[in-house]
Design a protein around this ligand. Structure first.
Ligand SMILES: [Zn+2]
Length: 219
């Protein structure tokens, strides 16, 4: 009986010893790494450069930004919070454009790689469309084909970020000839979007889209 007890004690000691060794073996230093190469692939780099040219100093382009860095779940109970958080935890925005001063996200950009729609791609698009609508972040989809057209990108982005200096672009009302001013929609489907409106409001209600006319002739 005593022998069995000793054997058990020896086994327990051995087990503890082995476990300690194994735990020790799992130290950080034992994991090796190599670089994965450029952060963006060639197609992503092309659109990144086009976006940087399009926004100039009026925006900061960031890539592969995790959804949870931009969004927070709005839930009344713990379970709902965790479910909502899990939905976004592993996804990222291809690109976001931020206000250069505050780094607040103004627009999210989804790059369509031109590949066929598969289940994963559909799910991702559904998620992005829902979260952006829910959090009121404009989402712009762009294809690789269009990514090189800086002028086109600029027109898409102009509704959401200040790409022009108001003092440099003077527009006059097509109804009454008064100077127009830039306003930001504070309600409705186009909330947050910029537009030109007649300075004689409310007497004159003429408004115009905030599309920028560029002289480079691109896009
Ligand atoms: Zn007017």
């Amino acid at each position: 009986m005593e022998n069995i007890f000793i054997v058990v004690v020896i086994l327990v000691v051995f087990f503890i010893f082995v476990q300690k060794r194994l735990v020790k073996d799992e130290s950080i230093k034992d994991s090796a790494y190599k670089r994965k190469g450029p952060l963006l692939n060639m197609q992503e780099t092309a659109i990144y450069n086009a976006l940087v040219s399009a926004v100039g100093v009026h925006g900061v382009v960031m890539s592969k930004v995790n959804l949870s860095n931009v969004l927070a779940p709005v839930a009344t109970d713990k379970k709902g919070w965790f479910v909502a958080n899990n939905r976004i935890a592993k996804s990222y925005f291809d690109f976001v454009i931020c206000d250069p001063r505050t780094l607040e996200v103004r627009v999210a950009i989804e790059l369509d790689n031109g590949r066929e729609l598969d289940k994963g791609k559909v799910e991702r698009q559904k998620l992005l469309m829902h979260v952006c609508k829910s959090a009121n972040i404009p989402l712009i989809g762009t294809s690789i084909k269009h990514s090189y057209q800086v002028g086109r990108l600029r027109r898409l982005l102009a509704a959401h970020i200040d790409l022009i200096e108001p003092s440099k672009e003077v527009r006059f009302c097509k109804k009454c000839g008064s100077p127009m001013v830039i306003k930001v929609a504070n309600q409705g489907d186009f909330k947050g979007r910029r537009f030109f409106t007649c300075s004689r409001q409310p007497q004159c209600t003429y408004t115009e889209n905030y599309n920028v006319v560029f002289d480079e002739g691109e896009g």
